[in-house]
Structures are given as C-alpha cells and as structure tokens.
Ligand binder design. Structure first.
Ligand code: SF4
Length: 443
C-alpha cells in the first residue's frame, strides 16, 4: 500500500455519519494516507451517504461529479446508509468504483489495494441482519464540538423510516469504551461533546452482544457527568418515551449536561401517531415538555415534526399545528413526508398532494421562527455561558449558549473554542443574539 496516497471525505446526513467519517479518516491516516480537503485533488474520494436526505440520489451524483472534476482518475468509494439500502443504484453512478455496506465501511482500506477505476462500482454489501456488531466512533478536529457515538441501529418500526434497514438492530457501545472515548476527546481540548446514535435513549441494549440492557441511558448520563475535563455534554436527540423523568432530573442537577433537549414528536395528532407506529401519544410528549420546563425553565426544547404523512387530513394537520402552538417549545425541525421504498407508509392510502405538503411545511416553519424568537426574547438579560465556534462568518464569530441560543460577536480569533460567561442583551435583525462579557475579557 503506497503510504503517500491522498484521501478526501464528504459526509451527508446526521451527526452519527460525521462521527463515523471522522473515525474512518483517522484510520486512513494511521495507515499512512494523507487526508486532504474534498475540494483538493485526491487519489481516493470517500462519500458517506444518507438515505433520509431529500433527493439523496441527486446530491450523491453531484458530489461524485465534483470529485471527478478535480481528479477524473481518482478512485471513488460510497459508504453509509444509502450505500447499504441501494448499493446497485450507487454502483451504477458514473465514476463510482466501490460501494460498501454497513458491515464493510470500517474496513474500507482493505478494499483499496487496487485503485484502478471500474466501469461499474464493485459492491460489497450485506444483509442488514449481519450488521449486528458495534463499532465505536467520534468526530474530532472537524468542528468545535465532538460527536460521540454511543449507540447504533434501531428496533422500532416507525412506518415511514428506513433507518433500521440501513443500520440494523439496536446495539450500544460498552460504558467503559464510551468513557474512554470521552476522555480521549476531552484531552484534545474539545469543550463540548454531543452524544449521538440512532435511538440513543435505547442505550445499553446489545452492549455485550445480547438483547439485554446491562446499563440504561440514565446510567450513561450519570457516568459521563463524572468524567473530568469535559465542560459540556449535549444530548443530540432522544425519543420522548425513552426520556425518563429521572433523566430530566439528573440533567437539571448535572455538572456538564446542558439544558437542551431535541425530542422527535413527528405529529401532534394521536391518530397520525398510531399510523406512524410511534410509541407514545401526544399527552406523554406534553408531560415531558412540562417536566423539563418545571425543573429547567430556561431549557431549550427542539421538536422534529413530519408534515404530509398519508392520512393527514387538513383537520389532523391543524391538530398538530395547534398542539405545537400551545407547547412551551423553542424551535421545530420540519420534515416533509416523502415515500421511501420498503416502508409500510409508502403503501398507505390517503396520500397528501405535494403542494399541500409544501404549504403545511411552510406554515410550521413560520411557527418555528415565532417559537425561536419568543424563546430568545425570554433569554435576554439572563447570564449564560457561550462556546465560541471557529469560523469567521463575514467578520463575525458565532457560538451557542448552553441552552442553545445562537450568539454573534465581531470576529476575534482569540475567542475560538473558548467558553465565556455573558449577559444576553439584544436580538439582531438576522435573529442572532448580542451580549456583554461578564468577566473582563482581555484580548
Ligand atoms: S425510532 Fe423510528 S424514526 Fe427513529 S430511527 Fe427508529 S424507526 Fe426510525
């Protein structure tokens, strides 16, 4: 294997994909490859794909084209969820040489002995049942925060979702390995770790290769909070039925866990929730929100919601709209339902026209802007901590408070990746928040 080969990565999708790309990239470097930016000329381009992204196929093709334009001779490999779900489709894309499924992606360097371009991509996929083992990963160096994978796969059967088909059964890292990874991250000067996975509330399942729960998500939160050197811990997203009141209490009293919860709701209509085979009714969701706001009034609550699910009539959509409007939440992530092969929902009656889906999505994005503005206004004149990010965005540096308020300040490289106590003052026209330093910040 020629050690000076250059490799570049492109990641689509979620925090979990970013944590896995970062780990795979470190493996390449450990094996003597040189990592370069995706815009640069490389011998190998690795694209970590997503099956949830809208137009995933179009996005993938344009990224392959981008790589081919820089170096037409380069070897192009596709990994990730889309590669697991539709390997032949990706292998057929002009310029693709290799497609690896869920069990092979971490062993990609084994497939790179011969970098001769193929007319048709070589596929090494698998039956998803074989992806029953766990590989740990975390991202480092790409962003201010590190994404720490603690769990993979999912045993739920939500009728619109392909993730269990792309990532397999629910399984978890061992508690010891999660703690080791968190310690490794913290000694590298990272101030914030974001816990990621597919269904992280199910943490503990499959920790030792069986279906039993040796540990729970509450155990994970409790143990991670003890790890020295980590300033902030953020829970990326957690199912409402798996976010226990005890966990909310522990977070409210914890040293490092921040008061920010991202909780998928998907619909505010119990009738639609049943069709989605979600594992809760809206009343449980309401209880979780009230509980959080009771013990952490300044907490930020983000909500995933799907519009245009089959059978979602105008009345049922309004039920969702009104439910969200009454909830004390901070912002929405709005997803427009789109049919996915091999899902139950794709066969359901009551298909909602695309233009109606788009109209409903627009309404909820309007509601999200209103909620975020109201939440930010509530935070003005309060004292918070801010973690500054690393990019100079048109002369400004951005950052987030512990409760996920986005702030801005004139660009200052000395602020990069630093934590400061501030008092939030005003909201700018672009919706970002200004502040005053509480402690005297010397340049
Ligand atoms: S909980 Fe449901 S939506 Fe989430 S990954 Fe599992 S099956 Fe998909």
């Amino acid at each position: 294997m020629n050690p000076t080969k250059k490799v570049a990565f492109y990641t689509l999708g979620c925090k979990l994909n970013f944590s896995e790309t970062s780990t795979i990239a470190r493996n390449f470097v450990n094996e003597g490859f040189e990592r370069v930016d995706f815009k640069e000329s490389a011998d190998i381009y690795v694209i970590n794909t997503c099956s949830v992204t809208e137009n995933a196929d179009k996005r993938f093709k344009s990224i392959v084209k981008q790589a081919q334009k820089v170096n037409p001779e380069a070897f192009v490999a596709a990994i990730g969820c889309y590669a697991q779900l539709k390997p032949e489709e990706l292998a057929d894309v002009d310029g693709v040489d290799l497609v690896l499924g869920a069990t092979e992606k971490f062993k990609i360097t084994d497939y790179l002995n011969d970098l001769t371009k193929n007319d048709f991509g070589e596929v090494h996929s698998c039956e998803i049942e074989e992806a029953d083992f766990y590989v740990g990963s975390y991202s480092i160096g790409d962003r201010t925060r590190a994404f720490l994978k603690v769990q993979d796969g999912c045993d739920y059967k939500c009728t619109y979702c392909t993730i269990p088909l792309a990532r397999g059964i629910s399984r978890s890292d061992t508690m010891a390995n999660v703690i080791k990874n968190a310690e490794e991250i913290s000694v590298k000067g990272i101030k914030e770790i974001v816990l990621t996975g597919v269904n992280i509330g199910d943490y503990g399942k499959g920790e030792f290769g069986n279906k039993k729960h040796e540990h729970t998500f509450l155990d994970l939160v409790t143990e991670l909070d003890k790890v020295e050197g980590i300033e902030r811990l953020r829970i990326s997203s957690i199912e409402p039925n798996l976010l226990k009141n005890e966990t909310i209490d522990v977070v409210s009293k914890s040293r490092a866990f921040v008061p920010h919860f991202h909780i998928p709701l998907q619909s505010g209509s119990n009738e639609v929730l049943k069709k989605m085979k979600r594992r809760y009714m809206k009343e449980l969701y309401q209880d979780r929100v009230s509980k959080i706001k009771k013990v952490m009034p300044h907490a930020c609550i983000g909500v995933d919601v799907i519009v245009g699910f089959p059978g979602e009539t105008d009345d049922l959509f309004l039920e969702t709209y009104n439910f969200l409007n009454t909830l004390d939440i901070s912002y929405l992530h709005v997803f427009t339902y789109s049919e996915r092969d091999n899902t139950e929902a794709a066969e359901m009656d009551g298909v909602v026209f695309k233009n109606v889906r788009a109209k409903r999505s627009k309404m909820l994005r309007g509601l999200s802007a209103k909620k975020r503005r109201a939440f930010y206004e509530e935070q003005l004149n309060t004292e918070r901590t801010v973690l500054f990010e690393s990019e100079n965005k048109e002369g400004y540096i951005h950052g987030f408070t512990e409760n996920y308020v986005k702030i801005k300040a004139p660009w200052n490289p000395n602020l990069v990746n630093t934590l400061h106590n501030v008092k939030l003052t005003t909201i700018d026209d672009d919706g970002l928040v200004r502040f005053n330093f509480i402690e005297n910040f010397k340049d």
